[in-house]
Ligand binder design. Structure first.
Ligand code: G
Ligand code: MN
Length: 389
C-alpha cells in the first residue's frame, strides 16, 4: 500500500459501500465535495482499501456476502487506522453495537439525512488524519510494542500470531549427573506486533480467544528426540482458563496422547479460585497421565492455596527468589523452608531463571538439584543442548 498520506488540502477520499446499487449511486452523487469511490460489495471494498488510502469508509452493515464485522476485519488487514462508519436499519442495531466494540467509528440509522452524513465524514476525516500522524510518530520513535489500534486490528494480528506460532524449548538439568531431565516449552511467535508471549496472551484474553491459543500451543508440543535426552519429559504452561476447555480432557487430543511424558505447569501468579471444580479437573488430568507443576512459587500472592488444590509433583521456584540468592540470607531462608516443605510433600523442586554460577552454587548448597536458566541454556527452537562450562 502506498504510504504517502493524503495532503491536508486535498478533498477527503471516501469509500462508499452498499449492495443496493441504486442507493449507492444516489448517495455518491450527493457527496460532490468529497472524492468518492463507490463499490457494491464487501470484497470490492477490501480490494479498494488495499489499493488506496481512504480518509473514511462508509458502508452498509448488512450485505449478502459479508457481514459488517467481517468487512471491518478485512479493512484492518490493509489499514489499521481508516475510520469505518456503518449505515444500519433498526433490525441490525445489535450488530452495529458490536461493530463499534470492534472499532467501527459510529453507525448511522437509515435513512441517513445528508447533512449528518457530511458532518460525520468530515469528523471522521479529521480523526483519520490525526490517527495516521500519530502512527507515523510512534513508528518513527520505534516505541516498543507498535500500536495495534482497535479490537478488529488486534484480531488480525492475533490470527497472524497464531499462524506464526512456534515453541522454544529450554532444558531442565539435574546437576548431579548433568542429565537433561526435561524441557520447558515456551510460547513464541514471529508476528512482530505481538512479540512477547505476554502480548499474545493479553490479546487472546481481550479477544476471548484463550481456548484457541491453548489448543494451538498444545497441538505444537513435541517430545525431545531420544538421542538428545532419553526419556526426558516436556513441561507445558497452562493458563488457568485452559482448565475450562473440554479439549484439554479429550483423550484423543494431541497432547493427551503423550500425557505420560508431560508435566503441566500452573502458575502461582494466577489464582484457581475462579475455576469451578478445580480439584476435580486436576484429578481428570492426572487420570489422563499428566503430572502437575506449580510454577513461579514465591512470586504469587495466593498464599499456599494453589499448592493444596494442585498437589503438585513438581514445584518451580520463581526467578525473583533465585536472583542474587548468594547475597541474601532472607531468600536463602525462604528457599530452604520451601525445599523442606516440598520434601515433606514429595514434590521435586526446580530453580528457575538461574543466570550465574554463584546463584547455582548457593542453590546447590541449599539442597536444590534441578535447574533451569540462561546459565545452562537459553530457550531455543529444536531442543538446545546444555552449556555446562
Ligand atoms: O513464567 P515462566 O516460569 O513459565 O516463564 C519462563 C520465562 O522465563 C520464559 O519466558 C523464559 O524465556 C524466561 N527465562 C528462562 N530462563 C531465564 C533466565 O535465566 N533469566 C531470565 N531473566 N529469564 C529466563
Ligand atoms: Mn513456566
Amino acid at each position: 500500500m502506498e504510504s504517502a498520506r493524503t495532503p491536508q488540502q486535498e478533498r477527503p477520499r471516501v469509500l462508499l459501500v452498499d449492495d443496493d446499487e441504486h442507493l449507492l449511486r444516489a448517495t455518491a452523487r450527493s457527496l460532490k465535495q468529497f472524492q468518492v469511490t463507490a463499490v457494491a460489495s464487501g470484497a470490492e471494498a477490501v480490494d479498494a482499501v488495499k489499493a488506496v488510502v481512504f480518509d473514511v469508509v462508509v458502508s452498509d452493515i448488512h450485505m449478502p456476502e459479508m457481514t459488517g464485522l467481517d468487512l471491518l476485519r478485512g479493512i484492518r488487514e490493509a489499514d489499521l487506522d481508516v475510520p469505518v462508519v456503518f449505515f444500519t436499519g433498526s433490525p441490525q442495531l445489535e450488530t452495529a453495537v458490536r461493530a463499534i466494540e470492534f472499532g467501527a467509528l459510529r453507525y448511522l440509522s437509515k435513512p441517513v439525512e445528508l447533512p449528518l452524513l457530511i458532518e460525520t465524514i468530515e469528523g471522521a476525516t479529521r480523526l483519520s488524519r490525526l490517527a495516521r500522524i500519530r502512527r507515523q510518530v510512534v513508528e518513527a520513535l520505534e516505541a516498543p510494542g507498535k500500536p495495534i489500534g482497535d479490537l478488529a486490528g488486534l484480531h488480525v494480528h492475533f490470527e497472524r500470531a497464531l499462524d506464526a506460532l512456534w515453541m522454544a524449548y529450554q532444558p531442565i538439568v539435574r546437576l548431579s549427573d548433568g542429565a537433561v531431565v526435561a524441557y520447558e516449552a515456551l510460547l513464541r511467535s514471529r508476528e512482530e506486533r505481538l512479540p512477547h508471549p505476554g502480548a499474545i496472551l493479553d490479546a487472546a484474553e481481550r479477544l476471548g480467544r484463550l481456548p484457541d491459543l491453548g489448543r494451538a500451543i498444545r497441538a505444537r508440543i513435541e517430545l525431545p528426540p531420544p538421542e538428545t535426552a532419553p526419556g526426558a519429559s516436556v513441561y507445558v504452561n497452562l493458563h488457568p482458563h485452559d482448565l475450562l476447555d473440554p479439549d484439554l480432557y479429550d483423550p484423543e487430543a494431541p497432547l493427551s496422547r503423550i500425557a505420560g511424558r508431560v508435566v503441566l505447569e500452573l502458575t502461582e501468579r494466577a489464582t484457581l479460585d475462579g475455576i469451578p471444580d478445580a480439584s476435580a479437573r486436576i484429578a481428570r488430568l492426572r487420570a489422563l497421565g499428566y503430572r502437575l507443576a506449580l510454577d513461579d512459587l514465591g512470586a504469587g500472592y495466593a498464599g499456599l492455596s494453589s499448592f493444596a488444590t494442585l498437589n503438585p509433583e513438581v514445584v518451580k521456584l520463581d526467578m525473583s527468589l533465585v536472583r542474587g540468592v548468594e547475597k541474601d540470607p532472607v531468600r536463602r531462608r525462604l528457599i530452604r523452608a520451601m525445599i523442606d516443605l516440598c520434601d515433606d510433600l514429595d514434590a521435586k523442586v526446580i530453580a528457575e531463571g538461574v543466570e550465574t554460577a554463584s546463584e547455582r552454587d548457593a542453590l546447590l548448597a541449599l539442597g536444590c538439584q534441578l535447574f533451569q536458566g540462561y546459565l545452562f541454556a537459553r530457550p531455543a527452537a529444536g531442543f538446545p543442548a546444555l552449556n555446562l562450562t
